[in-house]
Every structure is written in structure tokens, then in C-alpha cells.
Write a protein that binds this ligand. Sequence first.
Ligand code: FES
Length: 42
Amino acid sequence: MFCGIGACFDCLLTVNGVRDVRACRRRARDGDVVATQSRDAR
Ligand code: FES
């Protein structure tokens, strides 16, 4: 994480198949499937 307030793009993850979720702005829930992602993988 960099800013921790949702203002940058340094914490993007794929959550439950949805790309570009800001990890610093979303509370994890039981059963979430979380994966890292690269900037250029589409
Ligand atoms: S750390 Fe900057 S948006 Fe999440």
C-alpha cells in the first residue's frame, strides 16, 4: 500500500474475479478469493 486512502493505484487486487479492487478501501469477508494482479495483465 502507498496512500492507504484510495487515492492511488498501488494496492489493486482481484477479489472474487473482479479486477482493480483497491485493497485499502475494502474490508475482507469470509470466503473472499483474493489474488495479486500485474498492471499490464488484462
Ligand atoms: S494504497 Fe492507494 S489506493 Fe490503496
